[in-house]
Design a protein around this ligand. Structure first.
Ligand SMILES: Nc1ncnc2c1ncn2[C@@H]1O[C@H](COP(=O)(O)OP(=O)(O)OP(=O)(O)O)[C@@H](O)[C@H]1O
Ligand SMILES: [Mg+2]
Length: 609
């Protein structure tokens, strides 16, 4: 193992975890062939080994050339002087490798190239927790594996400019986890929830996932987020278009009252009437809530004691028709207005128009989860997202209006987190069956100072999810816009090409000082090439992520401009464009239905019925 072929140079100076190495004459920067494998020598990002008796120290090359020499020597050196600066990252005794170092090297110690054999010592070949993600850039015959336990429990971030290969990396990694070896899945109980903001993944992962979408395509399931399961304060601020706290109390009180009534009609295991609060996820009818509250606003009284409701026609909760009362009149005869009304008419008008707005049906009219007026729904909390036959659940959020995206993701994360938090001791809970939540395009919803349910819940997941088996993967092209707390809690970074200096700084800021220089390589990485650092990687490494193959790539391929522009023009109909836009669906069709029109008699007096 200690072949002289691998000798690179000798230690000249040591300062903290940084070591200056003078290269031996025989090392020509370029390729070395050792036991049939080729290695790039003296490249930034490649590994070195310093043997110390029974122990080996391992490090990463961070600088090459004159500037890598100790400062005191630099002035007297020629420009061709051969120096290397190395950051020590771990040590191995026998076959066991550990991050961090307990000893430092001495001046004149030998520095060696790291061979495949050494790396096998570091990674260990067989561990079930090691998932194959790609190959080392400096030695493409060496597989790179990452520790899936650490990736999940310590959370991770996948960062890179647009088009750098984030989505493809995720598709590749998820496939590696969910893949089968000789028809047996590696992880038959894997559980991954993917928030797919652009609807890119359903084709790429179709054989290993179940897709939920608001307007589902063939073979997909409809995504519903029942309003009664989401955070009431957030729901109310959405429904009313903003409301001050003391007025919101009237809505909370009514919700609690309706939940109590529902509970008296149907029992829910685990809930007793005394412990019921406004937050308890029990179905209740929003239509009924609206009618009962608007009734108080519109009611007028008559009679000598001013206590007889002056009702003209009853309202109808089902059709959202308000009741009619005699208009109030000045003077001693009345009718008189209801002085006990809370004064939330404007908010209730807002609530009604939200209930009628089709684009919120996924939340406010959630199919079989929509309760009747008594608060009885056909289905209980949505269990199907997490409990189906495939390891991956894709929530395709591509049709969601952007003004509700944050709220929707916040609600989804909250429902999932609460459900798994409270069921932590059960076999469906996430300690027995951990859950990995992949959040694509995180800068679109995990940001800002103001109240943001998505960011708050994601913060909770990264701060305490580890204890309950919930891990997060934060994916973003603008790391500087993602909430700092969330990013700083990520233990592993998969950093792809990133050119913007502000974004680079935010990645560099999360690394220990001696490794920050590695990130200087970020702007020059190739597509699909990543620097992986942190808990899940035994060593910080530059790696080419496995390309999953065209059939398994997300639908995010770069359009081939020159080729497409050189095709002959086809007939076009921009009606199809408008239809897709209006239907907010790329697959919407304009079908000529060939309707034959007959004249209609609109005069009610002359109609037969
Ligand atoms: N490992 C790889 N090898 C070869 N090509 C790749 C690799 N990874 C990605 N690509 C190609 O790069 C292009 C962009 O990839 P991808 O959609 O994954 O980028 P992205 O970082 O997710 O971009 P965005 O931030 O816009 O979502 C695609 O055409 C894809 O096929
Ligand atoms: Mg992407």
């Amino acid at each position: 193992m200690k072949s002289p072929q691998t000798l690179l140079g000798h230690v000249v100076a040591v300062s903290g975890a940084s070591v200056s190495v003078h290269l031996v004459e025989s090392v020509a920067s370029g390729l070395a062939v050792i036991d049939g494998s080729t290695y790039r020598v003296g490249q930034v990002g490649s590994f070195i080994r310093i043997p110390l008796g029974y122990q080996d120290l391992f490090g990463v090359v961070s600088q090459v050339g004159v500037s890598a020499a100790p400062e005191s020597l630099q002035v007297s050196l020629e420009a061709s002087a051969r120096w290397m600066k190395v950051e020590l990252v771990g040590e191995a005794i026998g076959t066991s490798f550990e991050r961090g170092i307990s000893q430092h090297p001495n001046v004149n110690d030998e520095v060696h190239l790291v061979t495949e054999q050494d790396l096998i010592r570091i990674y260990g070949e067989t561990g079930i927790d090691q998932v194959h993600i790609g190959r080392l850039s400096s030695a493409e015959n060496i597989n790179v594996r990452i520790d899936i336990d650490k990736l999940l429990t310590r959370h991770c971030a996948v960062l890179g400019s647009t088009g750098s290969g984030k989505s493809t990396t995720i598709a590749s990694l998820l496939r590696a986890i969910a893949a089968s070896s000789s028809d047996k899945p590696l992880f038959p109980s894997a559980r991954i929830l993917l928030l797919d903001i652009h609807g890119e993944y359903s084709d790429a992962l179709s054989d290993i996932s179940t897709v939920f979408r608001i307007n589902p395509n063939k073979g997909q399931n409809e995504l519903f987020i029942p309003y009664w399961a989401v955070d009431p304060s957030d729901l109310i601020s959405f429904l009313t278009g903003g409301i001050v706290d003391d007025k919101a109390m009237h809505l909370y009180d009514k919700i609690t009252e309706l939940k109590q009534k529902a509970l008296s009609k149907k029992k829910y295991p685990g809930v007793d009437e005394k412990s019921l609060t406004v937050d308890t996820p029990i179905p209740y009818s929003l239509n009924r809530l609206w009618l009962e509250l608007i009734d108080a606003e519109l009611r007028t009284f008559e009679g000598p004691d001013r206590d007889q409701p002056a009702l003209v026609t009853e309202g109808d909760a089902r059709t959202l028709t308000p009741p009619k009362y005699k208009p109030h009149a000045m003077g001693s005869k009345g009718p008189f207005i209801n002085t006990a009304a809370p004064g939330i008419k404007r908010q209730l008008v807002n609530l009604r128009s939200r209930l009628l707005d089709k684009q919120y049906d996924f939340l406010l009219h959630p199919g079989e989860w929509e309760p009747d007026l008594n608060g009885i729904s056909q289905k209980d909390l949505p269990e199907s997202w997490l409990g189906h036959q495939f390891p991956i659940t894709i929530l395709d959020l591509s049709g969601v209006p952007s003004q509700v995206l944050i709220r929707l993701i916040g609600s989804i994360l909250k429902i999932v987190y609460e459900a798994l938090f409270w069921s932590r001791d059960k076999s469906e809970g996430a300690i027995a069956r951990p859950l990995f939540v992949v959040m694509e395009e995180a800068h679109r919803y995990l940001y800002g100072e103001a109240k943001n349910l998505a960011r708050e819940t994601a913060q909770r997941i990264v701060k305490e999810g580890r204890k309950y088996g919930i891990g997060a993967m934060i994916v973003s092209q603008r790391p500087s816009e993602v909430d700092d707390t969330i990013l700083s809690q990520c233990g592993t970074f998969i950093a792809l090409r990133l050119s913007n200096p502000v974004d680079r700084n935010s990645v560099q800021g999360t690394l220990p000082d001696n490794l920050a220089t590695l990130m200087d390589m970020l702007p020059v990485l190739r597509t699909g090439e990543a620097i992986i650092t942190g808990e899940a990687a035994r060593l910080p490494m530059r790696c080419r992520v496995t390309f999953p193959g065209d059939a398994y790539c997300p639908n995010s391929r770069d359009p081939v401009v020159a080729k497409q522009w050189s095709l002959p023009r086809r007939p076009e109909s921009y009606e199809r464009v408008a239809a897709s836009w209006r239907a907010q669906s790329p697959r919407a069709k304009v079908i000529d239905t060939k309707i034959t029109r007959h004249p209609v008699n609109d005069d009610p007096d002359k109609q037969e019925e």
